[in-house]
Ligand binder design. Sequence first.
Ligand code: MN
Length: 433
Amino acid sequence: MLIATTHKNTDFDGLASVIAATLLYPDCVGVVPKMTNRNVGQFLSTHKTAFNLILPHEIPHNDVKKLVVVDTDQWHRLDRMEKLAGQQDLEIDLWDHHMTGTGDIEPTWSCKEQIGSTVTLFVREMQKRQMTLKPLDSTVMLIGLYEDTGHLSYPSTTAEDARAAAYLLDNRADLNVAAFFLNPPYEENQKEILFEMMKETEKFTINGNTIGFNTITLDKKVTNLAAIVNMYRKIVNVDALFVIFTNDNRNTIIGRSGSENIHIGQAMAILGGGGHAGAGSAAVKCSEMSPQQIKELIVAGLTSNKTESARISDIMSFPVISVTPSTSMRDVQTLMATKKIRGVMVMEDDKIHGIIVLWDLKRVKKEQHWEHPVKAFMARDIITIDPGTSPSIAAGIMIERDVGYLPVLENNKVIGIVTRTDVLTYYYDLLPE
Ligand SMILES: [Mn+2]
């Protein structure tokens, strides 16, 4: 079985590219994530049956031999694809226009280019094959292309995007339908947010570009925040705008840029999110970082944007202190106290068994448990990292997977460990005085 899928919080470029894949690949079934953007959801509620689409829980995972991924290159942005991520000899085709360098999907074949929309890449292939499209297919693809290029106005737009739009119009894309889904009417609470943002925007100048920041407390659900941020950036007239929407447990960061000097996707990668040059987002738990810390990290990331040459191997701690799985908890506690360290690897014959951190010692409730082996208390699910990785990607993994320690692995040997503190220190050192 062959399936095509795209990122969660699916936008029209993602949806249209999935549909394009079902047209281009014989017997391809499109899988649309459960969470989609509001206007995509509205479109699907009335048009879904016109396409060959299913939901992630309907995939017979064991039958999937080939996967087509569109509009993202990261496993964690896909919906319910964990099973496939580990599958040997799964063939993967990748179509994407995000060039952040943070992708971890290793494709068998890929078409990855800096261009206004993923749809454009599909249109190129369809033109080559001289395909004729149905008006509905052309329409959804045109909406995707227009949405990602701001109706061909964003700086990321290329001449080929404009030619792709012409091809879709030649194939009878319906501009009335497109306009309806591209400009969803604003609701009362969206207007309130906009007025709230207008009250105060903090502005910085970084490398000659003006950057605006807003922090908005959300006490109810507001749909399509991205469209409000997009509109507000133009009103407030900054090169890039970041709005941190915060509620009881979560900060959602939405960024928009109108300058090719500010790459939103790269800035969001530091926070475990993603996107491309003009638009991106991230989500960070409130327990993890305050809006103020998020703002400082974004500023630090943008300041260092062009100069991030540091690698994990430059900021990691080594040598790694380890114990064997049978070491008693008492010995682990003594070791941490005397060496003044917060985490110890559990290893035997160079093989990682787990990790034990200061926090885990709290789980020792009874006195006699201090004699129990560390393997009863250690965390076993370890995420390792390559020494050549950049600090921003490490920070992204830590936030996304909620881990504070990443062992650094080279040729299957642990050569160091990088902690959340190491990464944050690196970024704070870059902050302007
Ligand atoms: Mn896209």
